[in-house]
Design a binder for this molecule. Structure first.
Ligand code: UT7
Length: 322
């Protein structure tokens, strides 16, 4: 029988391009208003890459920051998984480009497609490789150049998204620490509610997606907490997908988790799809909002439709693993 090891996030990093596009800027592009965007979404501004920037370009500084915070070298990475809907190319994978750019010469590489839930899917996939001792160190990256796949004449979608990347280093951690439970789900019958045709732009039935998002994310959080035997009151920090403040508030209310224990940064970045939750987690860590022993819950939702939740007991880093 294979011994299953506890696996945790031992380092995080993120990077967003410097160029800011405000709601006021977008008012000049489509028939919208700063007030509508803030009231209906909570978003004030988003980051936009230069035309030549790729998903791997954004993923590299995020990955290097994650490696630095974990205190490991690129050569120690066994596996790179990149979650993205905006890959540099159809192939090679964006993971291969990041591998080359950071010098992670030993790593196996592949990409995962699960839209905005991509980081959750990639995190669980990486966990399984380490839990079974196939690998010791995995780099999980969520990176997006959403600006490249938006119809900048469609006010229903172009106000919502932004560019950026986040990364996490996974390693074995002490027993009862790290990822305690994960729940992933999908409903392909609802694929047409939110899609990105090859070579095209994002299309979304916002109102319908909103309802499914709230319900499935709540169910996913309840499921992982239940599986891990952890109460909602014990959640130190909820890191939800950063799509819409009204979705996050509805979740918090139904889950009975007060806003002080929910991390929100969508006002600065909009929806960064697969980059969303890992950028938020990295910011939370760097702001000192996550301490050893804390219960952190990540929950995401996106095209597919897909959803996923993960409950983590933070910390438990093994010195001998470094
Ligand atoms: O990350 C993947 C998951 N995605 C999501 O979770 C997104 C989920 N959906 C949402 O966040 C919201 O549904 C939106 C922000 C997309 C839209 O908000 P809403 O409150 O559901 O608005 P709505 O689609 O019901 O539209 C209300 C009105 C419509 O006008 P009428 O038909 O009432 O005259 C829209 O045409 O708002 C109009 N509208 C806008 N007005 C100004 C839609 N977009 C805009 C806009 N500016 N940008």
């Amino acid at each position: 029988m294979i011994a299953i090891r506890s696996v945790g996030i031992v380092g995080t990093g993120s990077f967003v391009p410097p160029s800011i596009l405000t709601n006021i800027d977008i008012e000049k592009m489509v028939d919208t208003s700063n007030q509508w965007i803030i009231e209906r979404t909570g978003i004030c501004e988003r980051r936009i890459s230069s035309p030549e920037t790729t998903a791997s370009d954004l993923g590299v500084p995020a990955s290097l920051a994650a490696l630095q915070s974990a205190g490991i070298n690129p050569e120690e990475i066994d596996l790179i998984i990149v979650a993205t809907s905006t890959p540099d190319m159809t192939f090679p994978s964006t993971a291969c480009f990041i591998q080359n750019k950071i010098g992670a010469s030993r790593a196996a590489c592949f990409d995962i497609s699960a839209a905005c839930t991509g980081f959750s899917y990639a995190l669980e996939t990486g966990r399984q490789f380490i839990a079974t001792s196939t690998y010791k160190t995995a780099l999980i990256v969520g990176t997006e150049v959403m600006s490249r796949v938006l119809d900048w004449t469609d006010r229903n979608t172009c106000v919502l998204f932004g560019d950026g990347a986040g990364a996490a280093v996974l390693q074995p951690v002490a027993d009862n620490y790290g990822i305690l439970s994960t729940s992933l789900g999908a409903d392909g019958r609802l694929a047409s509610m939110l899609d990105l045709p090859a070579g095209g732009c994002i299309r979304m039935s916002g109102r319908e997606v909103f309802k499914v998002a709230v319900n499935t994310m709540i169910e996913a959080v309840e499921k992982v907490l239940n599986n891990a035997g952890i109460s909602q009151e014990a959640v130190s920090l909820l890191i939800p997908h950063q799509a819409n403040i009204r979705i996050i508030e509805a979740m918090g209310k139904r889950l009975n988790i007060p806003s002080e224990r929910i991390f929100v940064n969508l006002q600065k970045y909009g929806n960064v799809s697969a980059g969303s939750t890992i950028i938020a987690l990295d910011e939370a860590v760097r702001q000192g909002r996550v301490a050893d022993g804390d219960i952190v819950v990540i929950v995401a939702f996106g095209g597919g439709l897909t959803w996923g939740a993960t409950v983590i007991r933070w910390g438990g880093v093994l010195i001998s693993e470094k």
